[in-house]
Design a protein around this ligand. Sequence first.
Ligand SMILES: [Zn+2]
Length: 299
Amino acid sequence: MKHIVISVIAVLLSQASAQDAQQEAPAPWDQWATSNPSWVENTEPFRIIDNIYYVGTKGIGVFLITSNSGHILIDGGMPQNAGAVAGNIKTLGYDIKDVKALLNSHAHFDHSGGLKALKEMSGAVMIASEGDRSALEGGFYLGAEDNINYSAPPVSVDRIIKDGESVQIGEAALTANLTPGHTRGCTSWTMTAIENGKPYDVLFFCSATVAGNSLNPPQYEGIIEDYRETFKKTKDWRPDIFLANHPGFFKMTSKRAAQMNGDELAFVDRETFPAMIKRLEQAFEQSLTEALAIEATSE
Ligand SMILES: [Zn+2]
């Protein structure tokens, strides 16, 4: 009896020390910052056009759209980015507490990870598509729910937005365009910017890369059909200004340099988006062919 009691105590002690070790372990997203240092490297915030500002890091795009009645923030970046994003907003002369709506391009930790902290800092309403709700609220990567390496701090969704619906705060208005595939609820946002009295169609594109997703077996049910629908839907899009959640996609560095050199419309570019979407469609079809070939040879 005595040694049973002792072994029970030993088990309890070892569980307690395992919990301690777990608490001291680095966060799962720390490794991504190590392998992608630009994702957590801060960069100077700036105005892109009209009321649209870049408030992300060197490698991850986060956008602030301001109005006199409060602001809208698209994406939270990495979990480690929340403080830098709030700091960038302050540098521009705005207050994180005036952000009234938080939007998300898609529920992957590098774009949704900072939303929980930013929601707490701002008190804003979190708006997302139904397709990404479970991943945002569960803090997981859809189809890899148990993989802690792809986890993010869970954030509760206050309003579900459907394709074609808009979010309006004062004179700032954005429309949701569902472009699923990269995630089940991948959402591209569009708005009209006015500069010197002229309107410009602005696109904040979600993503359509295959990176991180399995096509066979499918990452989630319907993923292949979703990608194909998205390519069909977007291939004729010709935004005047194309923005995205990784600055490399829209050639931010060279455009920002041109802007600093006095080109007020440096971000007007109707070529980069259609060229990119064509490349991404080819890359998707290639990945699908390869994924299906692996199954054929293993049978
Ligand atoms: Zn992603």
